[in-house]
Design a protein around this ligand. Structure first.
Ligand code: SAH
Ligand code: F3S
Length: 481
């Protein structure tokens, strides 16, 4: 989402502070997008009130849950391998139960229980509050399933336990589901219709994070710019709302401004912006508040008008370029990042060249690029033939990856000699003598530790870089401290 979670975190098992009164052990692994990682924190919170502490040792678990991703076939294959592994352990530890959560649970539903007989529990993304009931069924020897998608569920009343947390940065979900129906995408089927979370519960969650010492939040949604709270209910039903509801509705501009004003000492990020829903007004808010990070993840998927249309992306190449121009004028120095798909059905060499030329135009700071993977049930799967040969998809993918690499290097080089504000979030993986953090543009910055600490905002003068990392030296604390 897409704040995509780093490769190294995929499949990480999550642990939280344990309650002494809990006597059962939960092992929970997450795959896919940031929303899934955020959901696992909600699940752990629900189960923590129902007798479960988390463990990182698979073999000692009473309950193994895997929060799954269906976005591409490869993601599902990875999870199938994990299920095989859990079942091997289950043969030794027979009291262990295995459950599938998330998008694959929603997509494959009872198939896991009936045909494959490899899991005890199947729970879709809107049914996590039902977990305690479902677990009682499992304990009584029955398989349990709830994959009902909801019009209202936003888990606004659950205070997530911060599982993968460094205590510095946290994910806060603001919308669930997606109404866009991009023809390649399985998300509207697995996560249901779009609904927004009550602003007060978002503010309360951030307040709580602030009090716990967190320094940065990322507001999460499939399509954050379409956030709209009018008292609950689906985004698509807004037209039917009362005049009062309409007059007091909170949109993303309001929400973002409210968060930035209320928490001036916290950094605010958001992801993802869909170009068709991002308007100029939000750009002025991003520009106005120094604590809103200057980074917009703006997936485009293709640079070809014809392909954009086939994908049901509701904007043209030209409109996208105009939006990019506006971003660059209104928010100087703003990083723009992309998601791109190569080899969508009917994509020609000409279409691919359009993608490359759009990339040349924007010069993205970073990107997530994928070969098209046909997903069962999507409009593209039903109406179009997956006709671009695999080797062509992969060759085109390599071409855009190579071009992105060049652009990432250029964006990094532009920072040499500049001083950037960095929120320190960890010790550098490469050297224990260095800290690693992110600047406003979400680029990784590495520098010698000196006497600084994790969680502090420091100004770092950039002296060199690679295509993915800025390197420099701290020159003092920033005003955000
Ligand atoms: N609007 C969402 C998109 C979620 S999917 C968000 O960004 O929050 C994340 C990315 O996965 C998409 O932007 C797209 O580039 C890629 N993707 C989705 N479906 C795909 C498919 N069938 N094949 C290849 N890539 C896909
Ligand atoms: Fe998927 Fe398009 Fe929504 S990519 S998540 S249907 S915006």
């Amino acid at each position: 989402m897409e704040k995509i979670i780093e490769e190294s975190k995929q499949g990480e098992s999550l642990v939280l502070e344990n309650k002494p009164e809990n006597n059962k052990k939960l092992y929970i692994e997450s795959y896919g997008c940031a929303m899934n990682f955020s959901d696992s924190e909600i699940v752990a919170s629900i189960l923590s009130s129902n007798g479960y502490n988390t463990t990182q040792v698979l073999e000692e678990a009473d309950l193994v849950l895997v929060n799954t991703c269906s976005i591409r076939d490869k993601a599902e294959q990875t999870i199938r391998k994990r299920l095989e592994k859990y079942n091997a352990v289950k043969r030794i530890n027979s009291k262990m139960k295995v459950g599938v959560l998330g998008c694959m649970a929603e997509r494959l539903k009872s198939q896991f229980l009936e045909q494959e007989k490899i899991v005890d529990l199947v729970v879709g993304p809107d049914a996590y509050k039902d977990l305690p009931n479902l677990l009682s069924e499992v304990e009584e020897g029955r398989d349990a399933i709830n994959v009902i998608l909801s019009k209202e569920e936003t888990y606004g009343d659950i205070s997530p336990v911060r599982l993968m947390s460094n205590g510095i940065t946290a994910l806060v979900s603001i919308t669930r589901g997606c109404d866009n129906m991009c023809t390649f995408c399985v998300v509207p089927f697995t996560r249901g219709r779009e609904r927004s979370r009550e602003p007060q519960s978002i503010m309360a969650e951030i307040q709580d994070l602030y009090e716990k010492g967190f320094k940065e939040v990322t507001l999460l949604g499939q399509n954050v710019d379409s956030y709209l709270w009018y008292g609950g209910g689906l985004k698509k039903d807004f037209d039917k709302a009362s005049e009062i509801q309409k007059a007091t509705a909170v949109n993303f501009d309001h929400l973002l401004e409210m968060v930035a004003q209320t928490f001036p000492k916290m950094r605010i990020r958001f992801s993802t912006s869909n170009p068709q829903d991002m308007h100029e007004s939000v750009l002025h808010i991003i520009a106005k508040y120094p604590n809103i990070c200057k980074h917009i993840h703006l997936p485009v998927q293709s640079g070809s008008d014809r392909i954009l249309k086939e994908m049901n992306r509701l904007h043209t190449r030209e409109e996208y370029m105009t939006l990019v121009d506006k971003i660059k004028t209104i928010i100087p120095g703003c990083a723009i990042t992309q998601d791109m798909i190569t080899g969508f059905p009917t994509e020609t060499e000409e279409d691919h060249k359009d993608t490359l030329s759009l990339m040349e135009y924007v010069k993205y700071n970073f990107g997530y690029m994928f070969a098209y993977s046909e997903r069962p049930g999507t409009l593209a799967e039903r109406k179009m033939e997956d006709d671009v040969p695999e080797e062509t998809k992969l060759r085109r993918l390599q071409e855009i990856v190579d071009l992105q690499q060049q652009h990432s290097l250029i964006s990094c080089q532009e920072f040499i000699g500049e001083t950037v504000e960095v929120l320190i979030d960890k010790i550098s993986k490469k050297s224990a003598a260095e800290f690693s953090g992110r600047n406003s543009q979400n680029m990784t910055v590495v520098f010698p530790k000196e006497n600084y600490k994790i969680g502090e905002f420091v100004n770092v003068k950039i002296t060199s870089c690679t295509s993915g990392t800025l390197k420099g030296e701290a020159v003092g604390y920033s005003e955000m401290n």
